[in-house]
Ligand binder design. Structure first.
Ligand code: SF4
Ligand code: MG
Length: 335
């Protein structure tokens, strides 16, 4: 099959002194080779924990409790730290919100790319330097022959994120996980970085998982979207279906919270009222019930199963049950 990543019934918990925080509660999704998938949700929805689980970068006291993370046909869950270290960087790479946390301030940008390709691809020093310049060119760094010898502090925020992407892609990974890669950048630079990711998706044959709270961002870059809330998937489908024809009230709320440039509220989101569920004591019913304008009695009592509304489009909401009362929902994007 064309499946690069197949996450099956993933449960991840944090075993804190207060008890078990059930951050991921049975999440399944897949990613095809070369595909761009967006994982969207508010903070605490489980989107970052999902990616850290896949990378096996969960910090103590976090632990994958059960499930499978099939990557190129092999389950990553039982892999040792040593095995994961050779997979990370080489086959799966990750970029984060703040490049300064991942860039080493005492090494030049060029040296940091060279280190990765020498380690994972066994290139000679001069080959590695040529590769570094090639990668900086690919991500649109001007005068790469000079810039390769710069230190991270000599780069602007947007250029640092480009450099991070260059490092991440230098070993031609099968999968690039980008967790809120543009959140720390200003709007113009954000748009440039997203444009770059879109371009790279076509140039290099790397699959991308883009994790963000901004549904507008993923709809632009990704072909498929997974919407998470309360450690569960709420809705999944093509970008087209999820963005223009959402069937889950949480997705509809997210769409309404996309910053509207035309309202001159560039950075401000209009959040969905209420707070996410406490995952120390996760609700037995729909996790969105306390905030959902359409909540019914059944929603609190029992978690909804997935309803498929058309091919590849599914959502976990009682409203989609054929026996549910018909209500008028709003939230699709008007074209
Ligand atoms: Fe709202 Fe109920 Fe659907 Fe949950 S299952 S999103 S509470 S209508
Ligand atoms: Mg996060």
């Amino acid at each position: 099959s064309g499946k690069l990543l197949d996450v099956k019934e993933l449960y991840t918990s944090f075993y804190t002194h207060l008890g078990e925080v059930q951050a991921i509660r049975g999440v399944s999704f897949h990613l095809d080779k070369g595909e761009a998938l967006g994982i969207v949700g508010e903070s605490g929805s489980g989107k970052s924990v999902t990616s850290l689980s896949v990378m096996k970068l969960l910090q103590y006291p976090g632990k994958v409790k059960s499930g499978q993370i099939m990557f190129k046909g092999e389950d990553l869950v039982p892999k040792s730290n040593k095995e994961m270290m050779s997979i990370r960087g080489d086959q799966i790479a990750m970029i984060f919100q703040d490049p300064m946390t991942s860039l080493n301030p005492v090494y030049t940008i060029g040296n940091q790319i060279m280190e990765a390709v020498i380690k994972h691809q066994g290139l000679s020093k001069s080959e590695a330097r040529a590769k570094a310049i090639e990668m900086l060119t690919l991500v649109g760094i001007p005068s790469p022959e000079q810039r390769v010898d710069n230190f991270p502090h000599e780069f602007s925020g947007g250029m640092r994120q480009r450099a991070m992407i260059a490092i991440a892609l230098s070993c031609q990974p099968d999968l690039l996980i980008a967790d809120e890669p543009t959140t720390a950048l200003d709007v113009t630079i954000q748009a440039q970085i997203l444009e770059l990711l879109k371009e790279l998706k076509d140039k290099v044959n790397t699959a991308i998982i883009l994790i963000t709270h901004d549904l507008g961002v993923v709809a632009d870059v990704c072909s498929r979207i997974v919407v998470m809330y309360g450690g569960l998937i709420m809705e999944e489908g093509s970008a087209e279906d999820v963005f223009y024809n959402p069937t889950h009230p949480y997705t509809m709320g997210l769409i309404k919270s996309i910053p509207r440039l035309d309202l001159n509220e560039k950075h401000r989101l209009i959040p969905i009222p209420g707070t996410p569920p406490d995952l120390l004591n996760p609700p037995t019913g729909c996790p969105f019930a306390t905030r959902c304008p359409y909540a019914m009695q059944v929603c609190v009592k029992e978690a909804p199963k997935f309803y498929v509304t058309n091919e590849g489009h599914r959502a976990a909401c009682w409203l989609l049950d054929p026996e549910a009362p018909k209500v008028e929902t709003t939230g699709g994007v008007k074209r």
